[in-house]
Design a protein around this ligand. Structure first.
Ligand SMILES: Nc1ncnc2c1ncn2[C@@H]1O[C@H](COP(=O)(O)OP(=O)(O)O)[C@@H](O)[C@H]1O
Ligand SMILES: [Mg+2]
Length: 309
């Protein structure tokens, strides 16, 4: 069981050593049919190797393919060409190693908060043991107490745990959806803009909780956001996606793949650090330049700190 106490963060997490490849995308291309024989390319020539224990943030403007990328890793969708592997195995269906927090929470309306959070492991266990055996009910009790811990960490009070989703605000429902994914203790955690609908103070406290949980158990996280500050606050590595270059199909729409020096700083001091401010400006400038250039002039250089702006 995970402790509810936040651990102090004196040094910030070290960037994980790149020892084992958890997720690999090789030359991945995704095209959707539009009308007749035309198609729209969303991801193009994407090569990405994500190592176990990394916290990778995928940043990019709306429509550049961030959610598509996550769905490929989850196994909800498949590339038009190229390959996706998780833990060395090709992803051919929804992968049991992966926990997923979709952009829009989807809870079971007829189950309580607690019932929603334990749904996955409860179901898996009842398939193996059946519901009659005492061992199932022992497991069930331990699941419930585990779920309470995750829900508390996501800021739910004990009186909310027996409520039904319709009795909660959207922000509260999103917290439940996050606890639901964490409850499975997945080695891979895929999160699609999980905090985007939350007010700033709730967002701040959940960012801190997520970071603390990641430090404690070190899953491999792929976290999608379009918020540069959130990306720099949470990630050990940043992948910046741009829109597909219509003029040159062989060009990848990964604009930048960067280990984040900010991840070596203590979490509480990151936002105020000069590294954070400087990186934020450079990334915003790069994203802006790439959106202006319409990809006709070749790959966009990551501007040096001394670049005149
Ligand atoms: N199933 C689909 N069929 C057709 N187009 C799609 C489909 N899924 C996504 N798209 C299009 O692909 C683009 C990228 O979508 P998405 O991955 O959701 O972007 P993001 O998450 O970065 O906002 C969008 O233009 C979207 O309309
Ligand atoms: Mg999206």
């Amino acid at each position: 069981m995970v402790s509810t106490a936040l651990r102090p963060d004196p040094m910030g997490p070290p960037v994980p050593a790149r020892q084992r490849t958890e997720i690999a995308l090789r030359d991945v291309c995704v095209r959707y049919p539009v009308s007749g024989s035309t198609s729209k390319t969303v991801l193009s020539c994407v090569d990405l190797e994500i190592f176990a224990g990394e916290f990778v943030v995928v940043l990019g403007e709306t429509g550049c393919g961030k959610s598509t990328l996550l769905r490929l890793i989850l196994g909800e969708e498949f590339p038009t060409s190229g390959s996706v592997t998780v833990d060395g195995k090709p992803v051919t269906r929804i992968d049991s190693r992966s926990g997923y927090v979709p952009q829009k929470y989807s809870l079971f309306p007829d189950r309580t908060v607690l019932g929603n959070v334990i749904y996955g492991p409860e179901n898996a266990c009842s398939r193996v043991l059946g519901r009659i055996r005492p061992s199932f009910w022992r497991f069930h009790r331990s699941l419930k107490s585990d779920a309470r811990v995750f829900l508390e960490r996501m800021g739910l009070r004990s009186q909310d745990m027996d409520k039904y989703p319709h009795q909660l605000s959207g922000g509260m429902q999103q917290r439940v959806a996050i606890a639901q994914a964490l409850m499975m203790r997945p080695p891979v955690l895929l999160m699609d803009e999980p905090f985007s609908a939350l007010d700033p103070s709730t967002r701040g406290s959940l960012q801190e909780q997520l970071h603390a949980l990641w430090r404690e158990t070190r899953p491999t996280v792929v976290f999608v956001t379009h918020n540069t500050s959130e990306a720099l606050l949470l990630g050990t590595r940043l992948v910046l996606l741009g829109r597909h270059y219509e003029e040159d199909a062989s060009r990848s729409n990964v604009l930048l793949d960067l280990e984040l020096p900010t991840s070596r700083l203590p979490f509480a001091r990151r936002k105020q650090s000069p590294e954070f401010q400087e990186l934020r400006e450079r990334i915003k400038l790069l994203a802006y330049k790439s959106s202006l250039m319409n990809r006709a002039e070749g790959p966009v250089e990551f501007p040096k700190a001394a670049d005149p702006q």
